[in-house]
Design a protein around this ligand. Structure first.
Ligand SMILES: [Zn+2]
Length: 193
């Protein structure tokens, strides 16, 4: 009996520390970046690249933290870390985090050390991207103005995007047409319906 393998639930023991994020001027500091990368057992470079791509901004590692250009909320970064974990860390067969990334040809594979399952990252990732990429130029959206920017434009949020709505007041619900998207910023005009 003593020779039976001891079964532990790694999935339950796997807990990711809360992200610590704060805005400093026009930049955002992700204070415990190195710690998170370490807990996820992933290359910090890989995690950083993912975050920069998702946020559509630039940033650099400074010691154990990362400084992003632009202002991002803690919830947003936390959400991206969650996405990263389900995309690049957790085995979709056994739900454990004991995995590693390998490359075969040009496809990145997630291999599970616990159950041996493997899946391709790329396909899943592309699928998620198209689903999350909700904003399109020329389309109309109903948005709620959450803030007013320095130049007096109302600002609304859809996913990772900040939408600027000229002449809108905080608390307004308005229909807007997206005129131009630049990174995670979208410039809109109001549509009267
Ligand atoms: Zn597995």
């Amino acid at each position: 009996m003593g020779k039976l393998p001891h079964i532990t639930s790694d999935a339950e023991r796997f807990s990711i520390p809360d992200v610590r994020v704060f805005v400093e001027g026009r930049a955002t500091v992700f204070e415990n970046f190195a710690e998170i990368a370490d807990v996820l057992n992933r290359n910090p470079e890989h995690l950083l690249k993912y975050l920069l791509r998702e946020l559509g901004t630039a940033g650099k590692v400074e010691g154990t933290r990362v400084i992003f250009q632009g202002r991002f909320s803690q919830e947003m970064i936390a959400g991206l870390i969650d996405d990263y974990v389900s995309e690049y860390v957790i085995c979709s067969e056994c739900n454990r985090p004991d995995t590693h990334l390998t490359k075969s040809d040009r496809t990145v594979m997630l291999k599970c050390d616990a159950c041996g399952a493997q899946r391709s990252i790329r396909k899943r990732y592309v699928k998620k991207q198209s689903a999350a990429n909700v904003l399109e130029e020329g389309q109309t959206y109903d948005v709620r103005i959450e803030a007013v920017g320095k130049r007096g434009d109302g600002i609304a949020k859809i996913g990772k995007y900040s939408l600027f709505v000229p002449g809108a007041q905080k608390g307004d619900t308005v229909k807007v047409r997206v005129k131009k998207i630049s990174g995670t910023l979208a410039f809109t005009e109001r549509v009267t319906s």
